[in-house]
Design a protein around this ligand. Structure first.
Ligand code: C2E
Ligand code: MG
Ligand code: MG
Ligand code: MG
Length: 276
């Protein structure tokens, strides 16, 4: 292709690659800078009980302070090298210290879910780092949920299983994120040490489509029969809410109820009951 496409295309091809690499390099230096200079913050999206409207907990979502760059764009870049390890540690640190502050303000704490990248399985000290933070800040491990995706099991199955088991022995809970995308194997659910599955936004959207209803209803039923809770992600309209109630889903998260919130807004809405 390159050989036959003439001088001009060849140069163009190189320039595209060049821009791409340059952008990535810039992103990495932005991330490195944020790691050393406290450049990240968390926003918190409520997870709502589908029947009572109560806030059951939150998902912490990372942001670069003063930048609109989405984690959808910078997390994959960070995952290419050790940056994700440092960012992953910052993430748990921000959440645990936040919980500690809420506790000091006398707020009744609710669990907070933290995303855990598959690459972080290579951070052999993650567990100790998290446990130490919890201890230092006097925060109950029961308040922490780790969200992992199924691809963490693709390689490292054994290492991942024992990692999750150890965390659970301390009371930390595990959720499977983006369930129904990737390699969803239902048989996984029968033996994984997990507490919750989160139905991916794309699945939740398909909920309105007749063909997928039976599939999602049976995901939920299977999860329940295994003692797991089900949260549907990316809920944007009331049609989805109604359909999820019929399927007996437990909880919902999405723009229909709330965007991810800044800390001050979390505090203002701490005991809010959402109208279902
Ligand atoms: P995720 O864990 O599946 O998080 C859900 C994403 O969906 C969030 O995007 C959230 O803002 C967005 N969302 C929530 N409700 C709706 C809705 O109703 N409609 C739509 N269209 N989107 C909705 P966000 O915050 O941009 O994060 C994107 C992804 O980046 C996350 O997907 C997660 O995979 C990753 N991520 C975010 N924070 C962290 C972190 O601290 N550590 C790691 N490793 N990954 C993170
Ligand atoms: Mg998540
Ligand atoms: Mg998700
Ligand atoms: Mg996702």
């Amino acid at each position: 292709f390159v050989k036959n496409s003439g001088k001009h295309s060849y140069a163009f091809f190189n320039k595209e690659m060049d821009d791409h690499l340059k952008q990535k390099w810039q992103m990495k230096s932005l991330l490195r800078e944020a790691i050393t200079n406290d450049g990240f913050k968390m926003v918190y999206q409520p997870q709502i009980d589908l029947y009572s409207g109560e806030i059951l907990g939150y998902e912490a979502l990372i942001r670069l302070k003063g930048s609109a760059v989405s984690p959808k764009d910078f997390i994959p870049v960070a995952e290419e090298d050790d940056l994700i390890i440092a960012i992953g540690r910052k993430a748990v640190q921000m959440v645990v210290t936040q919980l500690c502050q809420w506790q000091q303000k006398g707020l009744e704490l609710k669990p907070v879910a933290i995303n855990f990248s598959a690459v972080q399985i290579h951070d052999y000290n993650f567990k100790n780092h998290l446990l130490k933070l919890l201890k230092e800040n006097n925060v109950d491990p029961n308040l922490i949920v780790l969200e992992i995706t199924e691809n963490v099991f693709l390689e490292n199955t054994e290492a991942t299983l024992s990692f999750l088991q150890e965390l659970r022995e301390y009371g930390i809970r595990i959720a499977i994120d983006d369930f129904g995308t990737g390699y969803s194997s239902l048989s996984y659910l029968t033996f994984l040490p997990i507490d919750t599955i989160k139905l991916d936004r794309n699945l939740s959207m398909k909920f309105l489509n007749f063909d997928s209803n039976a599939v999602i209803d049976s995901f939920i039923a299977l999860a329940h029969s295994l003692g797991l809770k089900v949260i549907a992600e990316g809920i944007e309209d009331y049609e989805q809410v109604k359909r999820l109630m019929i399927g007996k889903c437990d909880a919902v998260q999405g723009f229909y109820f709330s965007m991810p919130l800044e800390v001050s807004d979390v505090e203002k809405n701490f005991y809010k009951i959402y109208q279902i």
